[in-house]
Write a protein that binds this ligand. Structure first.
Ligand SMILES: *Cc1c(COP(=O)(O)O)cnc(C)c1O
Length: 431
């Protein structure tokens, strides 16, 4: 199977962490997202251990909230003692509600509103990752009103294009995120930040993109950031304590993609980065990374009930499912790859080539095309694998479809971590 936590049991049913997915679908209904808690913990520990070992004590990962923000994830993050990154007051509220200690959090966002800044100051968010000059001013003013000195990082764009999908590339000079080094604007921002009394500049952040399998773009970005840190030391005598390299390491969604050994990936990155730091002579910064996808994606799958098939002779075949773009908009957004299987009949010959279509009133509501399955019939359970990242967190109520339930499996039992939305939930705010 695609990942080690998946299998097929004696009934020919797909399993995750040993649990029968067809039984789970029967018990909880569909669409249903199933998370393997041990897998999330394992992924966190791989990052945590490798970062401490290879970058040195003090270096650690944050889990990127935007991949899957819910109380349960923050409780797991809290128990595993890692930090989090946040992009909105909503994510911050969720983390606080889960009892997460947000002094160990970093607040991102290219447009933090006054309300966001106020709420984050009240909650005691550890670091703001500042995106632009206007925001610097606002944070300084508002921190002064709180009688606080707010630690920040500056988000810089090192000018790296990792050649993934344009919508998930973020490190280029013309990005909407961050401040460019190349244009001299970063220099201005650093000097400005250092002149502010209610801001403490602790270092720098960059994030170059997502679903990247190659270590080169990460090393290139780190090299440019270190080079920039050297220029600041030499120019104005400023030395940063923290270098946050963002997230973005790839995940295996389909057989043809590589299985990333995250510990080895970090070891290789660290070898390169540690050597760059040593030869530059700058103070060794604490390294932070912000994996989202590579922590949560492969811990999860989504189960649907098949409604039926539609064969259009000479053209194509469709299989329709009881979910779609409201719970997983990624194919509609970026033609993302997914592995699809017929969870209820895993051992049968997969000779029916089809497009998996959602139930929305929208031709683009597809989950995947050119999928080979045993010909599904109404009532079969269909599984889409590796859906932990950017599925639930991007879910909508399009066509007034309630969001699915999320259950976790752990030690041979299952429990709800997010309840299925009800029709009452859908009209909750309608006046
Ligand atoms: C999206 C994002 C991440 C997480 O990226 P993954 O590809 O999910 O690892 C981390 N940091 C920032 C700033 C991001 O925008």
């Amino acid at each position: 199977m695609l990942h080690k936590n998946l299998g097929v049991n004696e009934m020919g049913h797909l399993t995750i962490a040993g649990a029968d997915t067809v039984e789970l679908a029967k018990e909880y209904g569909t669409p249903l997202m199933v998370m393997d808690e041990e897998r999330i913990r394992r992924n966190i520990r791989i990052y945590k251990d490798a970062m401490e070992r290879y970058f040195g004590k003090g270096s650690y990962p944050l889990i990127a909230s935007k991949a899957f923000s819910c109380k349960y994830i923050y409780r797991v993050a809290s128990e595993e003692k890692i930090g989090i990154d946040l992009v909105s007051s909503g994510e911050l509220y969720t983390a606080v509600s889960a009892g997460f200690d947000v002094s160990n959090s970093f607040l991102h966002g290219n447009n933090k509103t006054d309300a966001d800044i106020e709420y984050a100051l009240e909650c005691g968010v550890g670091h703001f990752v500042v995106d632009n000059m206007t925001e610097l001013d606002r944070i300084d003013d508002m921190a002064r009103e709180h009688g606080a000195v707010q630690p920040i990082l500056l988000r810089l764009t090192p000018g790296i294009d990792p050649h993934t999908h344009a919508a998930i590339t973020t490190g280029k000079v013309d990005s909407k995120f961050g401040i460019a080094i190349e244009t001299g604007q970063a220099d201005e921002a650093v000097k400005y930040a250092l002149s502010k009394k209610n801001i403490r500049l602790d270092g720098f952040h960059c994030h170059i993109g997502s679903q990247i399998f190659d270590i080169k773009p990460f090393c290139d970005a780190a090299r440019l950031m270190i080079k920039y840190m050297v220029s600041l030391r030499d120019g104005i005598g400023y030395e940063a304590d923290i270098l946050n390299l963002g997230g973005g390491i790839g995940v295996k969604y389909i057989e043809s993609q590589p299985e990333v050994d995250y510990a080895a990936f970090i070891e290789k990155m660290a070898e390169y980065i540690n050597a760059e730091v040593a030869s530059s002579g700058i103070k060794r910064p604490v390294i932070i990374m912000e994996p989202g996808r590579s922590i949560v994606a492969d811990s999860c799958l989504t189960l649907y009930t098949v409604g039926g098939t539609k064969e259009i002779p000479g053209f194509k075949n469709y299989v329709s499912i009881d979910g779609g773009m409201p719970d997983n908009p990624r194919y509609a957004l970026y033609q993302s790859d997914y592995t699809v299987c017929l969870a209820s009949r895993m051992n049968e010959k997969a000779d029916f080539v089809c497009t998996v279509a959602g139930r929305c009133c929208e031709s683009g509501d597809l989950i995947q095309e050119n999928v080979a399955l045993p010909k599904p019939v109404r009532g079969d359970i269909l599984a889409v694998l590796v859906t932990g990242a950017y599925n639930y967190s991007m879910a909508s109520n399009y066509n007034r479809i309630p969001r699915p339930a999320v259950v976790a499996v752990k030690d041979n039992s299952s429990f709800t971590v997010i309840k299925r939305e009800t029709f009452e939930d859908l009209v909750r705010n309608d006046v």
